[in-house]
Ligand binder design. Structure first.
Ligand code: HEC
Length: 293
């Protein structure tokens, strides 16, 4: 990586960007925050034409691709022969394979019933445990409850990501609907929001500086995606890696890119960020697994 170029580009792109101020009122109101953020981003980008129509909030499931016709054409071409179909098939086999005790994932709480309904339930706030539980963790919890070893988050075999790809594919078209209905859930949301807006790393950048204030701007060869839509399409097939990448691994990657000590995948901090990002993406369609360059 060319450090000097990265720093210069960052300076140029971020120095001129306005900042997004969320509700000044001290009473937390996630829905009011979400509407204000959506308005802020749409005021900035509402005049953008995308795929033959004025940009709509729902289009942000395509991330940064909404800002470039060329890149969107590349995405459409890639989706004609999706490179992740084998991962979905492998994920289905892993999901259906019985554990050593003869049971399957479908016997775990939350996983019984319609397989299409599983992904939209997560992330959720578990009041009994006092923490956010995302789907990756719920899969591991089910394994442990059945005497199996949990998957390591971000491991190279990608088995967990393949199961996530299968469950995400099953839920395509269903909408993100994150529920905040307890003091614990509200606290996790506030923590996620705070972490998202905190500057860190040697480059002293925040998630929001790139993914709110500078969304749509170029940074090196990339265009920055907005926070809205960040959780719709994970795990994502990254063409550069030739493999699936989980949302949590993506967070770790972004933190490394600003030379911050990353919080580990599925740490409390990164789950709170996922909870916040998912809430901000409420109402958007699940479109997993996604494709990104
Ligand atoms: C210096 C700018 C920068 C910072 C700070 C940053 N990112 Fe990113 N992020 C990027 C770039 C560049 C990409 C790839 C282009 C894109 O999709 O936005 C990316 C991609 C992502 C994606 C995938 C988007 C998609 O459509 O697949 C997510 C999710 C994400 N970042 C979350 C975060 C979070 C959470 C933080 C804070 C912990 C963060 N980023 C901090 C630059 C940044």
């Amino acid at each position: 990586m060319n450090n000097k170029l990265l720093t210069t580009t960052l300076f140029l792109s971020l120095a001129t960007a306005g900042s997004y101020a969320h509700a000044a009122d001290s009473t937390p109101n996630p829905e009011a925050d979400r509407q204000a953020l959506t308005k802020y981003i749409m005021d900035m980008h509402g005049s953008t034409k995308f795929n033959g129509h004025p940009l709509k909030v729902e289009d942000f499931r395509y991330g940064a691709y909404v800002f470039s016709e060329d890149k969107f054409e590349q995405l459409k071409a890639a989706e004609e022969f999706p490179p992740y179909l084998d991962h979905i098939d492998a994920g289905e086999k892993l999901w259906k394979k019985p554990f050593a005790n003869g049971k399957t994932y479908a016997t775990c709480a939350g996983f019984d019933g319609d397989v299409k309904a599983i992904r939209p339930k997560y992330p959720l706030f578990d009041d009994a445990r006092g923490e956010v539980v995302n789907l990756d963790q719920a899969i591991n919890d089910c394994r442990v409850a059945n005497g199996e070893k949990p998957y390591a988050y971000g491991s190279k075999d990608k088995d967990l990501d393949k199961i996530m790809a299968y469950l995400g594919y099953q839920a395509r078209g269903k909408k993100i609907n994150v529920v905040i209905n307890s003091p614990g859930a509200l606290d996790a949301y506030k923590q996620g929001e705070m972490l998202f807006h905190t500057r860190r790393g040697q480059l002293n950048q925040s998630c929001s500086g790139c993914h709110i204030a500078s969304a749509g701007r170029h940074i090196r060869s990339n265009i920055l995606s907005p926070i809205i839509g960040h959780t719709t399409h994970f795990p994502t097939y990254r063409a550069n890696d030739g493999d699936l990448v989980s949302l949590q691994a993506r967070y770790v990657g972004c933190m490394k890119s600003i030379r911050a000590f990353p919080f580990p995948a599925n740490s409390k901090e990164l789950k709170d960020i996922e909870f916040y990002e998912a809430f901000m993406s409420s109402g958007l369609e699940i479109d997993a697994p996604g494709y990104r360059e």
